[in-house]
Design a protein around this ligand. Structure first.
Ligand code: MN
Length: 273
């Protein structure tokens, strides 16, 4: 199932080029206190199946980031070797995810497909990083690797927009609109092997990143298990799993697209502040 947030806080099931609006049914049945119907749906586990939903053409709605304000966006650092190499040219001893671990991005940095990434500083290099996002369904702490997929609600395309520089990553990656997510959440049952998905990123139509999620140094099971050691994961939390090689500067006027197999296309424009 592909679940989209649209036109503010509406929730829809994407079926071809049609969208079934299930907002009211989900909000009626959810007991979780939220006005984000996607978060309510994640707490329910899935939208109710016995509902009469209003249909509308997908092309007539404005898609939003699939979650309005997740509790956490947790991101893996240096989780693809070729990207680690490109960031440290000529360096013999490369430091990867195992040493670098994770960082947090502000939940207020989300933007949906069709949105605009605003670069706050014209004189600072800012790069695109295309990543597979994992959305947590059932919360947990100290999750065993073998149980990780039981806690996954679904997947989406994500851009970890990054200003380069010496400041802490939490600052350089948390500006408003620096985390495009979408175009929707594809539920776990539709992605039999999330570790074998083609991932491609284009800037102005030119391919910059072209790899598979199978190139991750640390796979989803170990990543999520590790994050959950001592840190409670909650429904709706988003995990960015790291970027393949091919990151590069983006500038006002650019169009950035991320395609991940089975998950659709996330597309954003780039503009100044
Ligand atoms: Mn990243």
């Amino acid at each position: 199932m592909r679940l989209a947030r649209f036109d503010g806080d509406r929730l829809g099931i994407v079926a071809g080029d049609t969208l079934l609006d299930v907002t009211d049914a989900v909000m009626e049945r959810s007991s979780f206190p939220t006005d984000d119907p996607m978060l309510a749906c994640i707490h329910l586990g899935a939208p109710p199946s016995d509902i009469a939903a209003r249909e509308c053409p997908l092309a007539q709605v404005k898609l939003e980031a699939p979650l309005r304000r997740p509790g956490k966006i947790i991101a893996a650092a240096a989780n693809y070797w070729k990207h680690t190499q490109e960031m440290n040219p000529g360096q013999e001893k490369l430091v990867c995810i195992r040493e670098k671990g994770f960082f947090l991005k502000a939940p207020s940095s989300l933007v949906g497909t069709g949105g605009t990434v605003h670069l706050p500083f014209a004189d600072r290099r800012t790069d695109q990083e295309a990543e597979l996002a994992v959305v947590i369904g059932r919360g947990g702490r100290n999750i065993a690797p073998a149980r990780v997929y039981d806690h996954v609600f679904g997947y989406a395309c994500l851009l970890d927009i990054t200003m380069r520089g010496k400041e802490d990553r939490g600052y350089r990656k948390s500006f408003d609109t620096f985390t495009p997510l979408g175009p929707w959440i594809t539920t776990r049952d539709e992605v039999p092997d999330p570790m074998a998905l083609a991932i491609e990123c284009r800037v102005n139509g030119e391919v910059r990143q072209d790899d598979t999620t199978g190139s991750m140094i640390m796979g989803i099971r170990d990543l999520v298990a590790w994050i959950s050691e001592g840190m409670t994961l909650e429904p709706g939390d988003v995990i960015a799993t790291g970027t393949p090689a091919g990151v590069g500067p983006i500038a006002p006027g650019d169009r950035v697209e991320v395609d991940i197999e089975r998950l659709g296309t996330l597309a954003v424009e780039v503009a100044g502040p």
